[in-house]
Design a protein around this ligand. Structure first.
Ligand code: FE
Ligand code: FE
Ligand code: MG
Length: 161
């Protein structure tokens, strides 16, 4: 971490890295849940749902990358073992055991709602302490809000037919 960066974040950097790593674990699990969900999905509007799930998978992976960058800037290390994702996650992992599109959408909506809360809490935790992480949390949260909205719109399209 650079001198000025250390000066800004100070003694909070370890705590912030820990929070960032928990969100990092969430993103990998969300990525996989979307990725594998898109493979097994079946039912009405399958193509539209698969396209959305694949898009979101890519965006969760991008979020994992953004978090890693900040973790490293703060002098931390991203979680190195997938088994740590399960230990550190806030939002957990919902296996798409029921591959019907409605069940997948409901699972992923729940995941997005948890992600939104997680980034809101992260933003609150670093507010006034680490402006870069604060902006990062809000930037990612904006994507998660959009994800929730996209999935809810698909579910509504199905339900109101
Ligand atoms: Fe995400
Ligand atoms: Fe998301
Ligand atoms: Mg989308």
């Amino acid at each position: 971490m650079g001198t000025k960066a250390r000066e800004i974040v100070g003694s909070d950097s370890k705590k912030i890295v820990a929070l960032l790593n928990k969100a990092f674990a969430d993103e990998w699990l969300a990525y996989y849940q979307y990725w594998v969900g898109a493979k097994v999905a079946c039912g009405q509007m399958r193509n539209a749902v698969v396209a959305e799930l694949e898009q979101h998978a890519g965006e969760e992976l991008k979020h994992a990358g953004m978090l890693t960058e900040r973790i490293i800037q703060l002098g931390g290390q991203p979680l190195l073992k997938p088994e740590d994702w399960y230990k550190q996650t806030n939002c957990g992992y919902d296996a798409p055991a029921d591959p019907s599109v409605k069940a997948l959408l409901k699972q992923n909506i729940k995941g997005e709602q948890c992600a939104i809360e997680t980034y809101l809490k992260l933003a609150e935790a670093v507010k006034g302490k680490d402006i870069v992480t604060y902006h990062l949390a809000l930037e990612i949260m904006k994507d998660e809000l959009e994800h929730e909205e996209d999935l809810e719109a698909l579910l509504a399209d199905m339900t109101h037919k």
